[in-house]
Design a protein around this ligand. Structure first.
Ligand code: KG4
Ligand code: ZN
Length: 333
């Protein structure tokens, strides 16, 4: 049984050095050390700077995490880490550190796809989430509608053909000097703004479930470039209208996919799922259609290592994998 097994998880795919410890369904530690302050002045994540910062911080964060859970390294039963997708230099730091820990204590080592981590994140707080369900995964690099027929069977129904939803927030925010990362900055600036003030496109693609966001970003920047100084448009109206266009676009394909497949459970994940307007509209959709909805809290929507722990645990449970099958000494010897 995995109920009392202690799983240590690492997530270093971008600019967060995140370490979590999960025991059964109890999250003992969820440490997230963000590099936002370091990258802010560049207006985006600089890969080389990110990997160096991970390398400098990971050891201290690891010891602090163990201390706050009141554990010794020998108490860890299973080690898990993200192996991608993400920034290669950043991934390598977490991967090698995690693997070295597993090797040194001769404990099982499991890798978890970053997007599968986001997909599994609702389980951290709600163990009742079960397939079949449709999930909307929205991050800085990906925008995906995934049908989960059963654990491990992930059908990608829709994806972006250009920018990801998070990228659409980040790029416009950078252009406007709203702040970094762009999603939370635009959400904050848009508070109290009129989401219908500015007419922005909801781009369509050839494939009914795919997304495209680059045209929206161009339309928004064109709007600003051609703005008449006499127009009474506030920053808040502009940000709220842009956010609304992204949220509407995300919802329209997702709703189509849910309705056409007839699934009764929906979920979401990824940094953009921390967006309060997107969460509100997802919840309204679920309520109006009598669907069960599983959204991770905003803190567990953005990158974290608890999702890596829970995905590793779920993988072991649902595939009935014996811990020894993933022990490094048995694989490498
Ligand atoms: O999943 P995540 O933390 O990292 C990646 O895997 O990329 O997602 C990061 C993305 C960024 O583009 C960020 O701007 C966006 O999530 N994001 C948000 C919000 N919080 C983070 N977008 C909209 N509203 C938010 N509140
Ligand atoms: Zn992510």
């Amino acid at each position: 049984m995995l109920d009392d097994k202690i799983i240590l998880g690492f997530e270093t795919s971008c600019d967060e050095t995140a370490i979590a410890i999960l025991k059964g369904d109890e999250l003992l530690v969820n440490t997230i050390s963000s590099q936002v302050d370091i990258h802010e002045k560049f207006g985006g994540v600089v890969p080389e700077v990110a990997s160096r910062a991970h390398a400098e911080m990971i050891r201290n964060i690891f010891h602090a995490s163990l201390n706050s859970a009141n554990l010794q390294i020998s108490d860890i039963d299973i080690v898990s880490t993200t192996d991608g997708p993400g920034l290669v230099g950043s991934l390598v730091v977490g991967y090698n550190f995690a693997k070295s820990i597993a090797w040194s204590i001769d404990k099982p080592f499991l890798t978890v796809d970053h997007m599968v981590g986001h997909l599994a994140a609702p389980l951290i707080e709600n163990r009742t989430m079960k397939p079949p369900f449709m999930t909307l995964l929205v991050t800085g690099g990906h925008t995906q509608i995934v049908l989960v027929e059963e654990w491990g069977n992930y059908q990608l129904l829709g994806t972006t053909i250009d920018d990801a939803a998070g990228e659409a927030f980040d790029k416009l925010s950078r252009f406007c000097g709203f702040g970094f990362p762009g999603g939370p900055a635009i959400q904050k600036i848009g508070e109290g703004g009129d989401p219908n003030k500015i007419e922005l496109p909801r781009p369509k693609t050839k494939h009914k479930y795919n997304y495209s966001f680059s045209g929206l970003k161009t339309a928004a920047t064109n709007f600003l470039n051609n703005l008449d100084p006499n127009d009474k448009v506030t920053k808040a109206d502009f940000a709220a209208s842009y956010q609304e266009a992204i949220v509407d676009s995300l919802l329209s394909n997702f709703v189509k996919a849910v309705n056409e497949t007839g699934v009764k459970n929906i979920s979401g994940g990824g940094g953009v799922m921390a967006n309060s307007r997107l969460r509100e509209k997802m919840n309204i959709f679920a309520e109006n259609n009598d669907l069960n909805i599983y959204l991770p809290t905003p803190k567990l929507s953005t990158d974290n290592a608890a999702m890596i722990c829970v995905a590793a645990q779920n993988n072991l449970i649902t595939n009935d994998i014996k811990a020894d099958d993933v022990r490094l000494s048995s694989i490498i010897a």
